[in-house]
Design a binder for this molecule. Structure first.
Ligand SMILES: Cc1cc2nc3c(=O)[nH]c(=O)nc-3n(C[C@H](O)[C@H](O)[C@H](O)COP(=O)(O)O)c2cc1C
Length: 186
């Protein structure tokens, strides 16, 4: 059975990112995947300071919740990255999480992510492409660098208030279908 790790990068509990990511998770589960959701806002993930202990075969020097997440990432077949746009970028939570992927940037650890599917979900209040494009590019470039397999991106513009995305039925359907496609291509 395939395993999907769904990562919610918004600190707002029950917010638009969480709703969108949970639809992707439901789609993946309906197609037979086991899905585990992690909310970065409930975890302590500190900044990468580039000490590169991980490149020398040592554990990450930051003894925080990322240690357990490295195990989960290594054990899963696909990752869903969900974030709202915060000042034209991902949230600080999501950025810190992805910064810590430096861990996979050495030959010993790269097999933990290489070839794994990665789907992305981005929500934002504005509607201009110039606002969300840098966030989509950030994921596309970083995940390609890590040799992960792009498995689809959903952008949900025009959702500001908590829960506003519930009215976007087409977007939620798109998320569900992305989840199915993610699980069936693993
Ligand atoms: C600190 C902060 C910065 C934000 N920056 C932007 C922004 O640059 N562009 C935008 O369209 N929305 C911005 N937003 C709005 C959020 O992207 C929007 O409310 C989103 O739906 C929040 O998702 P959530 O409910 O999952 O937290 C910002 C919100 C916050 C709290």
């Amino acid at each position: 059975m395939s395993r999907v790790l769904a990562v919610v990068g918004s600190p707002r509990k029950g917010g638009n990112t969480e709703i969108l990511v949970s639809r992707i998770a439901e789609g993946a589960a309906s197609a037979g995947a086991t899905v585990e959701t992690v909310r970065l806002g409930e975890l302590c993930i500190r900044e990468c300071d580039g000490c590169h202990a991980c490149w020398r075969g040592r554990p990450c020097s930051k003894d925080d919740d990322m240690r357990a997440l490295y195990e989960k990432i290594g054990a899963c077949d696909a990752i869903v990255f969900g974030t709202p746009v915060y000042w034209y970028g991902p949230t600080a939570l999501m950025k810190a999480f992805v910064d810590r992927f430096v861990y996979f940037n050495c030959e010993a650890n790269r097999p933990m992510v290489r070839g794994k599917a990665a789907a992305t979900a981005v929500v934002l209040e504005e509607t201009h492409e110039e606002t969300w494009r840098p966030v989509v590019d950030f994921f596309e470039k970083s995940l390609a660098y890590l040799e992960m397999k792009p498995a689809g991106t959903i952008v949900a513009p025009g959702v500001g208030e908590k829960g506003a995305i519930r009215k976007e039925s087409k977007r939620l359907e798109e998320a569900y279908r992305l989840g199915i496609s993610l699980a069936t291509h693993l």
